[in-house]
Design a protein around this ligand. Sequence first.
Ligand code: NAP
Ligand code: MG
Length: 504
Amino acid sequence: MPTLTEKKPTRPTSRHHGRPLPELIFGDLWEFDPAPETADPKLKARYDLFIGGRFIAPQSGKYFDSINPANEQKLAEIAHAGAADVDAAYQAARKAFDTVWGRMPGKERAKYIYRIARLLQDRAREFAVAETMDGGKPIKESRDFDVPMAAAHFFYHAGWADKLDYVAPGRRVAPLGVVGQVIPWNFPLLMLAWKLAPALAMGNCIVIKPAETTSITALKLAEIFQDAGLPPGVVNIVTGFGDTGAAVMSHPIAAKVAFTGSTEVGKIIMRSLAGTDKKMTMELGGKAANIVFDDAPINQAVEGVVNGIFFNQGHVCCAGSRLLVHEPIAKEFLAKLKNRVRVLRLGDPLDKNTDIGAINSKEQLGKITELVNSGVKEGAEMFQPACKLPLRGYYFRPTIFSGVSMSHRIAREEIFGPVLSVLTFRTVDEAIEKANNTAYGLSAGVWTDKGSRILKMSTELKAGVVWANTYNKFDPASPFGGYKESGFGREGGRQGLLDYCQLV
Ligand code: NAP
Ligand code: MG
């Protein structure tokens, strides 16, 4: 089983299209000076639960550490909510719904949601640094994507709050009541915004649990709720792990539960709630195909494929983790892709030059390593650039597997790391069949010059989102969600609001 880990990184130039790429050694020439972001993330040493508008200690008195995966240093202590705390959060939410939020006219609710968006913008750099330190993603992503997109979700849904008559034309809508939400660690603040903003606009009150490793920005957002004067109990944040999530999902007061996370846990939740009258939406895993045809703008497609899988260390549910490349261009495309990957900068996530930051946790690093080893064992050819890994912290080199077949685990299972599996195809039908040959159906990408082919592919691909000649583009107005084992329900847009209301 051939395995290639390079000894010397080489640097391509964009002036060599179609010709063999030169073997340039880039040593000192390409080293940048460190450029760390220095804004103060204003972290507290200890974070309590946010229930009824106040920070309160967990009834068990237990706390756990949140660490920085880039250097394994402890950042803060986070309260561990037990069943009694989750119950207190639901009681606070129900009271807020019955007495204030559920009765408030939409145009009044909008003012609070606008205020939250504005306050988040005011503290954007502080939030970006906190997000990067707690989760490991490069600062340029948290600064340019996560935090602005989170604010955009609040702005967008503030705009809906006084226009709810247009959510389901011809029908009137009403809130569901109290909703329970659980989110993962890959986009901690953004997933929080995706969950909270539509629920709030619609008039629901919320109990939400962030992921164990990334609770800090959720609790910082709670400070913003206080500053915005959001009525106590409208949003309650219960942090924890183990049984905490299950307690949030199964509480009798929850009229609806919304879950984002792995398909495995999604199935456990669905089984445990079968037979109850709770509404449910599930945003689960993915194994997206990025499909590149021979008439595609090749350099743009290389950039899109790199963005699709190496963005946020591949900790992206809709990551383009499978590349399906048209056979006539497969060799050239792979060569260009490797050259691009050779010059990705891996390292300190707080450095503004960093492209690939830290893997979110030791546990996730272990999962990625195990799956990558399986790819090597099953006979795929592995490529990794020779970038240096920092001595402390959890890091994984960007990895490309070629010679992959559909039966390989790396072609079927979600790796949730910076690992791309490359397959080839000859015809449009073969591309569609291979792309759809997965249990998931969250997203896909198509790269071609032909509009008609884009239309055909987007009709035939069983994926909630199909990007054409681009990848990983988001907008609060655009609904996002899955087919098959990627879940059901939509987040964003008018469709997302429909999942938080009842028609009356
Ligand atoms: P996960 O293990 O399923 O955990 C997600 C959340 O569920 C965490 O807050 C977790 O808490 C909690 N949880 C664990 N067991 C639970 C249970 N029995 N009942 C209720 N909650 C429970 O997923 P992850 O590894 O954090 O996240 C990665 C997954 O999320 C990937 O599969 C990815 O594709 C998916 N994802 C999907 C979307 C989408 O929109 N479709 C978006 C982002 C991520 P603890 O952290 O305390 O364990
Ligand atoms: Mg952390």
